[in-house]
Design a binder for this molecule. Sequence first.
Ligand SMILES: [Zn+2]
Length: 482
Amino acid sequence: MSPASDRTRRRAACSRAGQAVVFLLLALTALVFVLLFNADLHRIVQRKHQAQNAGDAAALAAARWQGATLNLIGELNLLHVLALANGQPAAVDAITNMQARLCFTGPMTALFAAQIAAKNNRIHVDPDMTDLLREHADTVRNQYTALFDGTRYFPEPWPGAWLQVADMLDQVASDGIAAGPDNAQFFLDPSSGHMLMEKAFYDAVLSRNWCWFHLHARGWLQAYASFRDWPALPGPDISDTSNAEIFGVGVRPFTFRLDFLFSASDLEARFHEAGFDTVTAAQLTGTNVLDRFETWFLYNPGDWSEWSRIKPDGEDNFPVTGAVRPEYDVAGADAVVRVYASVDRMTPGIEGGRRSDNVMWSAAAKPFGYLEEGSERRPATDASAFVLPAFRDVRLIPVDAATGSENNTSDIEWVRHVRSHLHPYLESGPQPNACRYCSALTLWEDDAFRQQGIDWLDLYHQNCRVRTPGGNRRGGGSRRGH
Ligand SMILES: [Zn+2]
């Protein structure tokens, strides 16, 4: 064997060994990565479960307090009748005042209970959501108390209400917010109904979901020319300040005579159902309780209408099967919360190597009640909308079926966009680099972008699934995701 061929052989063996080492290293790296990724995945799934449990528990806790609040307001309606029957007008004033306060302190307790439920389920305080609540306390303290034309711009439900509400909000915020209220109806925010107030519009622009325009804003792609075409944003609605903005229960004081709603025997039956067995119709008639003008708390008809969102052929084509029992077919008080759970990853993320992820969960719950007449059950609102202690149960409900769930009032980026970016946009066009919703508006302003949509719909609009009249459902979707 020549020394030359021996050298060649040795070199070949050496290089084979080198290749094996490189391969082994690569395989090990891949293995480590897979193991870490697996651990990450496990953590993400585990945190997601925790977030779901915490969100559900928080929503249920809030709804339970909403139900308890409604029952207390209803019992006070009955105590009001008794106070009149017993000739105690001083008690009457105290009762009405207490009911007005309960409309705020009850929901505040709901908010507080939601925080405890979320924290007990290992959700940490979210600094952004806490800031939002603190800012709102400042708004209530400084703006709601301002005078306007000699009267308060925001009518106080009881004397000194706004300062007390601001203090209570600060108190809740000082412990930190872990479960953000997501369906609040803030007096100062523009009411929904404007396309710029719909998150789905921005999502449709960013994901080029042209069908959304075909289904929800037909013709707008063609008609729109520039930001000057938008109708003005609806103003704040302060016509009714008798309910808490967060987890409000949707009731309202009205002054009227009780015999507009009840006969003495009707009312006697209501008393017996609530456990006041000794009250008689003769007593109610004899003391002229029914024919005085008094302030009673009623379900606000705008809030406590039919629960149309949950119906298969309702406005949102909701995917429920079977009929909803009449006693449960009532919208009204409900609570939507969002929680974030952060996950620290061991593997680098896709977006610039972020090592921490947030999983978000939103949940909704609602108090359920009914009036009982013999074996028959009727909706809680059926006693001429007179609030009575009728709430017995709470359940989770689909977020899309909850009232105000589209408000997203604890989504900080969205809230900032609505409160700070929309007005400058309507005045002077898309704001550069403001937020992802603003970037959607920049895209939307581009004629060529909208033309893409027009062209696409010309060809494919028949593929957009439309609900046909008469209950013949062929798809559709809910407001939170299609
Ligand atoms: Zn913005």
